[in-house]
Write a protein that binds this ligand. Structure first.
Ligand code: FAD
Ligand code: NAP
Length: 510
């Protein structure tokens, strides 16, 4: 049984109070937490009012259901009766009502595209849209979406294939130069072969049922200067293939990444190590038939089924150590993904994660995030402001910047925590200051013991103006900030007050 406190939710100090982009979450009534919703959906109650039937919904019908106690919303072509869910919605009833009787796909995509609504709202499913009712992209048939949006973005890639006696090579021509091994994600699971290539903010998908069996492992190569990706499959039997296979859903589509949906694969828990009293280093192993590398500054979603409902939460992969030698993505093709995760005893997801045994499985999504490595190129000063586990995106950024940016003169981390015991990888951070003279660290504690000689308090104009000293008047600078949402929002305001421009700041949010 999960221990979910019954006080107003989210707790005043919880990071659930405010979501990314400043979207405020509303306090939910007692008995209206996510766990309470899961219990209601498991209760067998008829929540659609249709006694288990699914119907085709016309535009006219959808429009009629626009009241709080009779509210239907269409998300990605499926219609849900969300009235029973109103009081459980962390974003409040008004947000749901703003899409009442209409297509909420765009609104949903703007606010929380990763949320697994299919699972959360499965008992509220009324049916599918019978016809396209509006001009919203979310409701157009996929082929039309692909056509319209491909015209707005980069030109569509193409693919080809060839074979030898023992190998089949699929070649993707991206027509872009800045392609590397991070850009392509390949999964071969059961009868489906998927290769998703990320080109700028677009996703190109090859999705096939292969005509013959292949061996578990395959290799992926990238010819960067011509933007060509080669996926080399090993045939199980050395026979001639007449075709590569048959098309599966969305095969050969090229659509904005935000519309592509997240794909998950099951990963095995390899190890779990204590880092602080409440934070652990988790190591997960990708399946042998997956190629996936999480780009610097990006996160993934972990998915677990908790009392029958799929729950997802975002986490930012790190390296196994802050002192690891940086490896170019071209060279490393690691099957291991590491996470530093803080366990909240009253949280929904992390206690479940903590209870997993070595060898258990967790699903990991494809990467997400808007940080671009190009923001670090030619940088002179890099300042990192992290609070608590907001340290996680800084790990790869630090490692990459120190190893790859010759122009870099100064890298400083200001790390906010409650007490000394909460500081993640403190000794590694300190060792890094000895290893690389350009790097410096400042710990700020909000609730230190009386023995603490360092700085104390919260993010403030005084702390920042002293810390953020450029190496020269016009130095090229980037400030990365990550932590509890109110911390990040306050930090951004203070940075603007100190005359740092938008281009000089990157904030990490979902
Ligand atoms: P929640 O259920 O969300 O609970 C969080 C807090 O609220 C806890 O303090 C809990 O005690 C309190 N709470 C819960 N229920 C109640 C209630 N009914 N009443 C009062 N209080 C309550 N975290 C990491 O550790 N590592 C990462 O690398 C990481 N990366 C992230 C990347 C992104 C892009 C984002 C947005 C977040 C990231 N997070 C990371 C945070 C992570 O996604 C989760 O929010 C976090 O793990 C908490 O999840 P939870 O379900 O266990 O807790
Ligand atoms: P925490 O221990 O609760 O807080 C870390 C430090 O920040 C503490 O000193 C705390 O002070 C201070 N702080 C908290 N809220 C503040 C505010 N409003 N203004 C100024 N200082 C504040 O942090 P945590 O539990 O590890 O949580 C880390 C957060 O980072 C989570 O919300 C997580 O979602 C987020 N995160 C985001 C990303 C991302 O977006 N990419 C990645 C990783 C983590 P007190 O003593 O007052 O608590």
């Amino acid at each position: 049984m999960l221990n979910v406190p019954s006080q107003s939710f989210p707790a005043p100090s919880s990071q659930q109070r405010v979501a990314s982009g400043g979207r405020s979450k509303v306090p939910l009534k007692q008995g209206r937490s996510l766990m309470d919703w899961i219990r209601l959906t498991e209760s067998g109650k008829d929540l659609t009012g249709l006694k288990g039937k699914l119907i085709d919904v016309t535009e006219e019908e959808l429009k009629k259901h626009n009241k709080k106690d009779d509210c239907w919303i269409c998300i990605r072509g499926c219609v849900y009766n969300v009235s029973p869910y109103m009081e459980y919605h962390p974003g409040g009833e008004d947000t749901l009502m703003s899409a009442a009787g209409s297509d909420g796909t765009d609104l949903f995509n703007q606010i929380h595209p990763w949320v697994n609504y299919e699972s959360m709202l499965k008992v509220c499913l009324v049916g599918r849209m019978a016809v396209k009712p509006t001009v919203s992209k979310g409701m157009l048939p996929k082929s039309q979406v692909t056509d319209i949006l491909a015209k707005e973005g980069p030109s569509s890639p193409s693919y080809d294939w060839f074979q030898t006696e023992s190998l089949v090579t699929i070649v993707i021509y991206t027509k872009q130069k800045d392609i590397n091994l991070d850009s392509v994600i390949v999964d071969h699971q059961d009868d489906s072969f998927r290769a998703e290539t990320i080109i700028k903010d677009y996703s190109y998908l090859i999705h096939l049922g292969l005509s013959h069996e292949i061996q578990e492992d395959f290799s992926v190569r990238v010819v960067e200067n011509v933007g060509k990706i080669e996926i080399v499959l090993k045939k199980k039997e050395n026979t001639f293939w007449k075709s590569l296979g048959h098309s599966l859903e969305n095969h050969n589509s090229f659509i904005p990444k935000k519309d592509a949906g997240l794909y998950y694969r099951r990963c095995r828990l390899i190890s779990k190590e204590d880092v602080t009293h409440d934070t652990k280093l988790f190591c997960l192993m990708l399946p042998p038939s997956t190629h996936l590398q999480v780009p610097i500054g990006q996160h993934v979603y972990l998915k677990l089924t908790i009392t029958g409902t799929e729950i997802v939460k975002p986490y930012t992969p790190v390296f196994d150590s802050l002192l690891s030698e940086f490896q170019e993505p071209v060279l490393c093709n690691s099957k291991y993904i590491y996470f530093l995760i803080k366990i909240y005893p009253a949280g929904l997801f992390t206690p479940e994660l903590d209870h997993l045994q070595i060898g258990d499985y967790v699903s990991i999504s494809s990467p997400e995030g808007n940080f671009k490595k190009s923001r670090i190129e030619e940088l002179e000063d890099l300042f990192l402001l992290a609070a608590g586990t907001g340290f996680t995106p800084m790990v790869k950024i630090l490692n990459y910047a120190l190893a790859n940016i010759p122009s870099l003169r100064k890298v400083k981390l200001m790390f906010f925590n409650k007490t000394e015991d909460d500081i993640i990888w403190r000794s590694q951070v300190e060792k890094l200051t000895f290893k690389d003279k350009r790097f410096d660290i400042e710990f700020i504690l909000s609730a230190p013991t009386s023995e603490w000689n360092g700085k104390r308090g919260y993010i403030s104009p005084a702390l920042l103006s002293e810390f953020l000293k450029r190496s020269s008047d016009k130095s090229k600078v980037l400030i990365c900030i990550c932590g509890p949402t109110p911390f990040t929002e306050q930090g951004i305001r203070l940075l603007h007050d100190l005359n740092f421009s938008k281009d000089e700041i990157h904030s990490f949010t979902a």
